[in-house]
Design a protein around this ligand. Structure first.
Ligand code: HPA
Ligand code: MG
Length: 219
């Protein structure tokens, strides 16, 4: 996707004060600002779904990258189904799940564990895959996953990521569909976690030092 088509929320002016929206009280001290309110996420997904349907000629296998991608996946699939009933053109869907893990606290560990069973992946030969991910940060997880998926000889692989972090640690990988380009800060909410916390927060927020400390895994 051409960068001019992303919504760039990297400037300071996109940070909303916690006073402006409702945050669960158990996270009040753990986030410093709201970067993308839930309603804007939903409106953006409506548009991404339309772009994906317009680009899809045949059946799609939509693969959710767990766990962080589950909320984006659920909302995106819903919107694609809506396009299927109103846009005149309809895309048959099947849904798959892949589990990937690479973060410890807010640091990419460099080792990516990918769990997918070969039985499921046998079915991906000659299929058009759409991988649905919550965030591309360094890009290392996605590059490793795409490499692994080639073993299954799909007809095509496209990637939709809700967020793309603008970070000097990026390996340059850019997905086919991007919701928002975000600043180089650790974000949580809308299923994005910090050590499994914050998945129960609807807005995408910037974690505070207090939050990093409160939910750190110490060893
Ligand atoms: N937040 C949550 N999970 C992540 C992030 C982030 O900023 N980067 C990579 N995984
Ligand atoms: Mg995660």
């Amino acid at each position: 996707m051409d960068p001019s088509k992303w919504i760039d929320v990297t400037s300071e002016s996109f940070k909303y004060s916690l006073d402006h929206f409702v945050i669960p009280s158990h996270y009040q001290k753990d986030v410093s600002s709201i970067l993308i309110p839930h309603g804007i996420i939903m409106d953006r997904i409506e548009k991404l779904a339309k772009l994906i349907v317009e680009d899809s000629k045949g059946p799609l296998v939509i693969c959710c990258v767990l766990k962080g991608g589950h909320q984006f996946f659920a909302d995106l699939v819903n919107e694609i189904k809506k396009c299927n009933t109103v846009l005149g053109q309809s895309v048959p869907l099947s849904l798959e799940f892949i589990k990937v893990r690479s973060y410890h606290n807010d640091v990419s560990t460099g080792t990516v564990s990918i769990s997918l069973t070969d039985e499921e992946c046998q079915d991906w030969k000659n299929k058009n895959l759409l991988i649905v991910e919550d965030i591309i940060d360094t890009g290392n997880t996605m590059v490793k996953l795409l490499h692994k998926l080639q073993e299954f000889q799909p007809a095509s692989v496209r990637v939709a990521s809700l967020l793309l972090k603008k970070t000097p640690k990026s390996n340059g990988y850019v997905p086919n569909y991007v919701g928002f380009a975000i600043p180089d800060e650790f974000v949580v909410g809308y299923a994005l976690d910090y050590n499994e916390y914050f998945r129960d927060l609807d807005h995408i927020c910037i974690i505070s030092e207090h939050g990093k400390e409160a939910y750190a895994i110490k060893n």
